[in-house]
Design a protein around this ligand. Structure first.
Ligand SMILES: *Cc1c(COP(=O)(O)O)cnc(C)c1O
Length: 386
């Protein structure tokens, strides 16, 4: 019997996006910039309690511009969370700089402050502090910003906050993306809201955001002809896509609520098995941390689950046309970064080995949840006290 695919995280359009896009068409504001871009930037500033935002073509381009604005160049090092998507680290290499990877703490799964501290102490001893530190709010869970900021301040190294997965998350009501010198957002198709592709750079520094906009539009000097005294990029968001973004931002709260409900639904479901001989673990939110729960992820240690592994679960779900995915493979394990320095404590290795992201779209239906739970029930039945 054919069953529709259940996706890990698919776009979920609200009711006003098309109207904004139509408006762009009707007024012929198709060409790159326009009123939607300005309005989207203002809405982003309000949402993230940031003074300035530049709408860009991707989260990756936002990270790249942040590194440029901080003067990262060939021969420099940048500290980056190891447990993340490669786009957190790739832009470091665009600048000819070298990433140094920092492992995670076991509750939030994000950058471990004590390892960061050790890495900075060693760097200082060697006379070569990094130019920036990139913590990530993985799957929407805020990193331990209080400690990370305090440590970074002690060594006077700026923070670029990769909040690509964490729009709508906060720590004690301070939004993710607003903690560092720069914050980065992504509106890629699988993120909590999407412009089909896009990103933003956030900062308190007006001058630097203005410079980001300048660099992102080919760095044209003010002259009637095309004159350039900087290397430029084509990194701006188009007015049509910003229209989608405006509509999506209006429904962000609903999307966060739906994803947080997904997490609770899964947690309830697994608690039944956790009371019956299994131990399925989750990403834990410390007190005061509010995660958008972009993706619900579980950890399955075979030693605690009668030999059941996350890979057995993934393959069984796949047979039912249900998409799930291992957690990010840490950067220090990636072939392309094999020669990079890293500070490792075993946490991200274990997360990668045992972790699985479950279908988490804000548009998941009750029927889809029933199908997921039915498949999982079959798997658990096979491993019950075997
Ligand atoms: C998606 C993502 C990015 C990159 O964003 P794009 O808009 O796809 O370029 C960067 N970092 C993390 C952690 C992400 O999940």
């Amino acid at each position: 019997m054919y069953k529709n695919k259940i996706w890990l995280s698919s776009p979920h359009i609200g009711s006003n996006e098309l109207q904004y896009v139509n408006e762009a068409f009707a007024t012929n504001w198709i060409a790159p910039l326009g009123p939607h871009v300005n309005a989207f930037e203002q809405a982003l500033q309000a949402q993230t309690k940031s003074s300035h935002a530049a709408a860009l073509s991707s989260g990756t381009s936002a990270l790249h511009l942040a590194l440029i604005l901080l003067g990262v160049k060939a021969g420099d090092t940048v500290f980056c969370q190891s447990m993340t998507f490669s786009a957190s680290a790739n832009p470091i290499t665009y600048q000819g700089a070298a990433p140094v990877f920092i492992d995670s703490e076991s509750y939030t799964w994000n950058m471990a402050p004590e390892l960061l501290n050790a890495a900075l102490a060693e760097a200082k001893n060697n006379g070569k502090l990094p130019k920036a530190i990139i913590p990530v709010h993985l799957y929407g869970m805020p990193a331990n910003m209080e400690e990370i900021l305090a440590i970074a301040k002690e060594y006077d190294v700026p923070i670029i906050e990769d909040a690509a997965e964490a729009l709508g998350s906060n720590i004690e009501n301070k939004p993710c993306g607003s903690f560092g010198e720069y914050g980065v957002l992504s509106f890629n198709g699988n993120k909590i809201i999407t412009t089909s592709g896009g990103g933003a750079l956030l900062s308190e520094n007006a001058e630097m955001i203005e410079k980001a906009r300048f660099l992102a539009t080919q760095a044209r000097d003010s002259a009637p002809h095309y004159q350039h005294s900087h290397i430029g990029y084509n990194y701006r968001m188009s007015n049509v896509l910003a229209g989608i973004g405006r509509g999506q931002l209006e429904v962000l709260n609903d999307r966060v609520e739906a994803r947080r409900n997904n997490f609770e639904t899964y947690k309830n479901y697994f608690s039944k098995y956790n009371n019956a001989g299994f131990t399925i673990n989750f990403q834990e939110a410390p007190l005061g941390y509010y995660s958008n729960r972009w993706l619900t992820c579980i950890l399955v240690d075979p030693a605690l689950n009668n030999g059941l592994t996350r890979e057995i679960i993934r393959l069984s779900l796949d047979e039912e046309n249900i998409e799930s995915r291992p957690l990010w493979k840490p950067m220090h394990q990636q072939p392309i970064f094999a020669n990079c320095k890293s500070y490792i404590n075993g946490v991200s290795d274990k997360l990668f080995e045992e972790g699985l992201c479950l279908p988490s779209g804000s548009n998941l239906t009750d029927e889809e949840f029933d199908r997921i739970f039915e498949s999982l029930d079959h798997i658990f039945a096979k491993y019950q006290n075997s």
